[in-house]
Design a protein around this ligand. Sequence first.
Ligand code: IMP
Length: 194
Amino acid sequence: MKLISATANPHKYKEMKQIMAGKVEILPRPSEIPEVIEDAPDLLGNACLKAQAVVKATGMPAIADDTGLEVEALNGEPGVLSARYAGPDAQSEDNIQKLLGELSNVTVDKRGAQFRTVIVVLWPDKTYVTAEGIVSGKIALSPRGNLGFGYDSIFLPSEVAGRTFGEISDSEKNKISHRSRALTEISRVLLSIS
Ligand code: IMP
């Protein structure tokens, strides 16, 4: 099976290809497809918007991911707003600084958080399947490590003692990440319907 990736983020595309290797062929998003405004109220809605744009432009089935970082002490924020937490044109460093600022008075034991990824595979006939993946952890007191992307340098996954996602290799991240869990689940669904 061949799916066109709806992500414009090269880090996400790399992870998706690594995780799906040997299961589903993931082709890159054609660069001429215009940027999608991700203004749906939830992750599933945003993933559908991205998948729809690719299906419309290519006439091929698409796979889209939308991810949010949900912080307990902030009642689940930034969540669906994770990409533009510090403003509409925010870079990852800005989002990280804003989040650390919001948590400046929150002690280590109350810094629980999770990444949630929703994956959608959409076909031109409008049928679709979806899956979700979560990884639990904590928000670090300051950024550590320069691997990965986005919020990786401040996320301490529970399954890796004392290291952020920014301090572990792609293959270590891919064993436990929200994205790999969602993609593993969607692979199972795709196998069951093929
Ligand atoms: P989106 O799914 O591309 O909209 O991502 C939402 C926000 O979460 C962006 O700021 C991304 O950089 C960040 N993000 C998405 N996936 C990951 C991840 O695996 N690790 C760290 N940050 C991520």
